[in-house]
Design a protein around this ligand. Structure first.
Ligand SMILES: [Mg+2]
Length: 250
């Protein structure tokens, strides 16, 4: 029997890699950096480790977002080519190409995951849908505008982190009843475990490219978590009214 959640009023929705592709674009940019690394004698593993080290240094200061990533990316590039005796002109050319990689991250078209637009329409009809996304305010709201379906969110909240206290803040700000609210997302750490600790039921929709910093075992304590194979299954597990388009569930 498929597990369901009943009595739901509000559905909190992660955006990146839950509704649309996101990490895919970072992976592409990392592939480009690895190509540069290889042509300067560095293995892909060393290049990725270097980029991660730069991020470890920058995220605490600049937070999550493209500006922060760009700082790490350009710092990694500088180190990769440092000992190769590149002339200034060649170095500047590489920096321009690196910046173009980051610019594409900032303005790529929104690529919805399979079945998401239809499922989101259903959810919006039956529940209060609130987008809850972690990152830089400008980056995240720009994606919401670009997606062309901002009207399917009753509200959008951009958080610098998704800690337990951030979910408790959401509950207060939107006067949510935790027992009638469900959080849906792809990140075990930010979307599931932290929301559970704040007293919310959760729906985990894994994405194959989830960022390694977001991975950890799903906590087994209550409130429960339902794991699904795809977002298109979300309306079906949200009890009476979920996806039926016949008004809020009782
Ligand atoms: Mg996500």
């Amino acid at each position: 029997m498929t597990q369901t959640f009943t009595g739901v009023e509000t559905v909190l929705l992660d955006l990146d890699d839950t509704l649309w592709e996101n990490n895919l674009y970072f992976v592409r940019s990392i592939r480009w950096l690895c190509g540069v690394g290889r042509s300067h004698g560095h293995t892909d593993r060393a290049t990725v480790a270097l980029l991660n080290r730069m991020e470890d240094r920058n995220i605490p200061h600049f937070g999550f977002g493209y500006d922060s990533y760009e700082a790490s990316y350009l710092a990694a590039l500088r180190i990769l080519v440092a000992r190769s005796g590149l002339e200034n002109g060649a170095h500047a050319g590489l920096r321009r190409l690196a910046r173009a990689q980051i610019d594409f991250l900032r303005r790529h078209p929104i690529l919805w995951l399979p079945g998401v637009p239809e499922a989101l329409e259903l959810l919006h009809r039956s529940f209060r849908t609130i987008a809850v996304t972690k990152g830089h305010f400008g980056d995240q709201t720009a994606k919401v505008h670009r997606c062309g379906r901002a009207h399917l969110f009753h509200a959008v909240k951009v958080l610098p982190h998704k800690h337990e206290s951030d979910y408790l803040g959401m509950i207060e700000e939107f006067a949510l009843d935790p027992g009638r609210t469900v959080m849906v997302g792809n990140s075990p750490r930010s979307d599931i475990n932290m929301a559970k600790r704040a007293g919310l039921r959760t729906i985990y929709v894994p994405h194959r490219l989830t960022w390694f910093r977001e991975m950890e075992p799903i906590e087994t304590h209550d409130p429960p978590t339902i794991e699904l194979h795809g977002f298109e299954q979300v309306p079906r597990v949200l009890g009476p009214g979920g996806g039926a388009g016949d008004g809020p569930p009782g």
